[in-house]
Design a protein around this ligand. Structure first.
Ligand code: 5CA
Length: 445
């Protein structure tokens, strides 16, 4: 993409309404624009990041065996009356009437709709286990929308649902999600810690929130430092091996890690040596639940078991805050100058800065580099404006592309361009060909 053909409405001033760094940077870098309270338009640069996050989520969901589908945003109130949640949900639910005066709603989550879909076609124990998921917009009329996309009213969520014949099967689905989530977040360069969450009236000990540590997080968290040092890496996982998946879950849930909702100071002190005790703030980016037959029972979602008798399905639901992740990633990756995207989610792979637009040699070298990178399947962002070098550098630093290639007449006389890492600030002089080759190697293209 060329700057002069793109739509990148960067702001010079720091917006006064933004209280946290990710919100400020998303506005300044022209990633989003508020449409109305808690509702945002995703401008081209923000949309690219959102799509890259979605892509990683899709890949890891499907690697673990979940099947994508797409449910609508608008739902009928009838299903929610069946489960009993229509009245319980309260003011967070946006209720709508259609022209026939029927009660509709903008879905805050999809347990009822997916249960309805599944019960309509699943009849036998052979139809389970199944995991279905989608990535779709949700609406919750939050009392205090704030921090930009972190707590929006309209937000994008990956929500998945598992169906099993019994509790043991459902716990395996739950465990698969926990491990898949750890891998998903690791691919984004995030250390997300599963923390035991309140199960409320549902009971049981199978609900975990995934939090990343960040000073601006809304939750207070208490954890054993040991859990932060765990890493899944790229080890192969046999998703059908219940014991192996359980062992990974045990490894991650062994060390103490709780939010203030479930924190038990005495247990914390007893379980964690003083030097490893940490009290921090965190951002919730995912949440998984096993809730048994809470929806399948009132909604009559049963299949016939191997013995021919009807069995009520055991279910779980699993959410990832896809749009919140854009903000959370910035909270975890920025400096004074702007965003520092991890390579796995960056909107463009590298920036090209032409120090002397209009200089025939510099222009030609930039064009060749642009074409070489594009042909290799990379997306460069070429700042081809007739602007001062300082202004171009400031914009590149603000939008946070991990790599910048600086091209100028002086370097070209010696046959070199400069390749700079946004994260470390380190630069090296290379021939344009070597710079392109290095970028290809970095991104494996
Ligand atoms: N039905 C379950 C799981 S599918 C569910 O809705 N869980 S949730 O309420 O915990 O939401 C899942 C994830 O969505 C949260 O972990 C959070 O990352 C994200 N999320 C929730 N509310 C908001 C919001 N107002 N703005 C942005 N993201 C949100």
């Amino acid at each position: 993409m060329r700057y002069t053909r793109y739509f990148l409405p960067v702001l010079k001033e720091t917006p006064a309404e933004a209280q946290i760094v990710s919100h400020r940077l998303m506005l300044r870098a022209g990633m989003v624009r508020q449409a109305t309270s808690g509702i945002y338009s995703w401008l081209p640069l923000g949309l690219k990041v959102l799509r890259r996050i979605e892509q990683i989520v899709h890949e890891e969901q499907q690697a673990m065996g979940a099947v994508p589908l797409l449910m609508p945003t608008i739902q009928s109130a009838d299903l929610w009356r069946e489960s009993g949640r229509y009245d319980d949900y309260g003011q967070e639910m946006l209720r709508i009437k259609d022209r026939h005066d029927r009660d509709m709603l903008y879905g805050p989550t999809n347990e009822e709709l997916i249960t309805d879909i599944f019960r309509a076609s699943a009849s036998s124990y052979r139809d389970v286990p199944r995991i279905l998921y989608h990535i779709q917009w949700k609406f919750r009329d939050e009392m205090r929308p704030r921090f930009g996309v972190m707590r929006g009213r309209e937000f994008l969520m990956k929500d998945g649902y598992s169906f099993d014949i019994d509790k043991a099967g459902a716990i395996h689905a739950y465990n698969k999600h926990m491990v898949a989530y750890i891998r998903t977040f690791e691919r984004m360069g995030l250390k997300a810690v599963p923390m035991k969450a309140d199960t409320g009236p549902i009971g049981g000990d199978h609900s975990h929130e995934f939090l990343i540590l960040a000073d601006t997080g809304e939750s207070e968290v208490f954890l054993d430092r040991a859990v932060v040092d765990l890493s899944l890496g790229d080890r192969r996982i046999d998703w059908d091996d219940r014991a192996a998946v359980q062992a990974l879950v045990d490894q991650w849930t062994g060390p103490y890690a709780r939010t203030d909702e479930t924190h038990d100071p005495a247990a914390f002190e007893a379980a964690v040596p003083e030097g490893r005790r940490e009290s921090r703030r965190g951002i919730e980016i995912g949440h998984i639940f096993y809730f048994g037959t809470k929806y399948s029972e009132p909604m009559g979602a049963t299949v016939s078991g191997p013995d021919g008798k009807p069995a009520t399905l055991h279910m779980g639901s699993y959410g990832i805050g896809v749009s919140r992740l854009v903000g959370a990633l910035i909270e975890a990756n920025h400096d004074e100058q702007g965003v520092i995207w991890p390579e796995s989610v960056t909107p463009f792979h590298a920036g090209i800065v032409n120090l002397k637009q209009g200089d025939p040699e510099a222009d030609a070298a930039c064009e060749t580099l642009y074409e070489t990178l594009t042909a290799a399947g990379l997306e460069p962002f070429y700042d081809d404006r007739d602007e001062r070098a300082g202004a171009k550098f400031a914009t590149m630093d603000l939008i946070g592309l991990p790599w910048r290639v600086t091209v100028g007449p002086r370097g070209l006389k010696n046959g070199v361009v400069e390749l700079t890492s946004r994260r470390t600030g380190e630069s090296e002089e290379l021939s344009p060909e070597a710079a392109a080759a290095k970028l290809r190697a970095i991104y494996g293209r």
